[in-house]
Design a protein around this ligand. Structure first.
Ligand SMILES: C[S@@+](CC[C@H](N)C(=O)[O-])C[C@H]1O[C@@H](n2cnc3c(N)ncnc32)[C@H](O)[C@@H]1O
Length: 353
């Protein structure tokens, strides 16, 4: 949603936007795309196989065809290319854990009232367990597996020997940087359960032999080692400004002089912190699922970086359509050493401050 709501019709349309997501989630709950697989089905056949009503299924499938996930010919249906691959449990490209995460989030958003009233995350008493962390880490891999190589192709780390993927989870970004730069070495710093997933993924890549692993809680501990680049992607929003400032100080202590901290996150870019809409909506997820998280303006984050001791900050622009979030990645340079002016990539015509 990017348009402002000014009329009642626009308000009604915005509220009614729950309909298509509900249809899509219902199809996932039935595991309908897996059942359809590579066959063509009539509604009576499919309804029998899924143990649902023909009436309900015919209306559901007609809407899935309208949305482009099924193709309808007369009274029969097949999967679209996307449905037959990423949404089909029998296909190698199936994005299982990410789909599960989407389904869980959709349910949890129905409990928004609880968090708005209390100001606290849902299920705050449920302790973190390794199985959950691993499923979440796989979900993060499926989320970024296509984006990471596009970002690594644009973010210039030439001249860096050691990169730390801090809060790197599956290490999908670290792997993308390693694949692009044959002499680079990288480390993923994360919780032990996440690192197990990173190891499993790295074992399937040739460049994975240049990846190492640091189990860490970086809100509590100093970051071991020294690095030329620290890649900090999708972690900022989990924490409060105070916690982020402390993490920035730890990151600075782990950087070589002139080293760079690169922050990819759901930054808000306008003066009032309202847009992009995706970044603002994402703050609601942080309310539901984190103790202290939020989304922040790029301007505020640059201020915290300066307070932490970084000498310069700038927004690196990515090619539109290739980004994880809109409007760029923040670069903060540690004092001393060579300046980042030697970066040659023409895409990175950022605004310096
Ligand atoms: C949303 S995921 C992002 C993963 C990856 N960087 C990406 O962009 O796809 C956040 C990651 O940060 C890790 N993380 C968060 N807080 C952490 C902490 N205090 N210590 C270690 N890892 C942490 C989580 O375990 C998780 O893997």
């Amino acid at each position: 949603m990017t348009r402002r709501i000014a009329t009642f019709d626009e308000f009604r349309d915005a509220v009614s936007a729950y309909r298509l997501p509900r249809i899509l989630i219902m199809a996932l709950e039935l595991d309908l795309f897996t059942k359809i697989g590579v066959r063509r089905w009539t509604i009576p056949q499919l309804a029998k196989s899924l143990s649902v009503s023909e009436r309900g299924l015919s209306i559901l499938c007609r809407n899935l065809a309208m949305a482009g996930l099924l193709t309808k010919t007369g009274e029969s249906y097949r999967n679209s290319r996307l449905a037959a691959t990423a949404l089909n449990a029998r296909h190698a490209a199936y994005r299982k854990n990410y789909l599960d995460l989407m389904m869980n989030h959709e349910k949890d958003w129905g409990r928004l009232g609880e968090s708005v009233r209390t100001g606290r995350q849902l299920d705050e008493d449920v302790p973190e367990e390794p199985g959950y962390r691993q499923r979440f880490t796989w979900a993060m891999h499926y989320r970024t597996v296509e984006t990471a190589p596009k970002i690594a192709a644009q973010v210039d780390v030439h001249g860096a020997a050691m990169l730390l993927d801090l809060g790197g989870g599956p290490g999908t970004y670290a792997m993308a940087f390693l694949s692009k730069h044959p002499r680079l070495r990288a480390t993923v710093g994360d919780r032990p359960a996440a690192l197990e997933v990173a190891r499993e993924i790295a074992a399937t890549h040739k460049a994975g032999s240049r990846l190492s692993y640091v189990p860490i809680d970086f809100t509590q501990e100093a970051i071991p080692g020294t690095y030329d680049v620290i890649w900090y992607s999708n972690v900022l929003h989990i924490y409060s400004p105070e916690t982020n400032r402390a993490i920035f100080r730890r990151a600075l202590a782990a950087l070589n002089p002139g080293g760079r901290l690169l922050i990819q996150d759901a930054f808000l870019h306008d003066r009032e912190g309202l847009r992009p809409a995706e970044a603002n909506l994402f703050a609601v997820s942080m309310l539901l699922f984190t103790e202290e998280g939020n989304t922040y303006t790029a301007a505020a984050t640059r201020g915290w970086l300066k307070e932490a001791g970084f000498s310069r900050t700038k927004v690196l622009r990515m090619k539109p359509g290739t980004e994880d979030w809109e409007d760029g990645i923040l670069e903060a340079v540690a004092p001393g050493g060579l300046s980042s002016k030697r970066l040659k990539n023409p895409v990175q015509q950022g605004r310096s401050k």
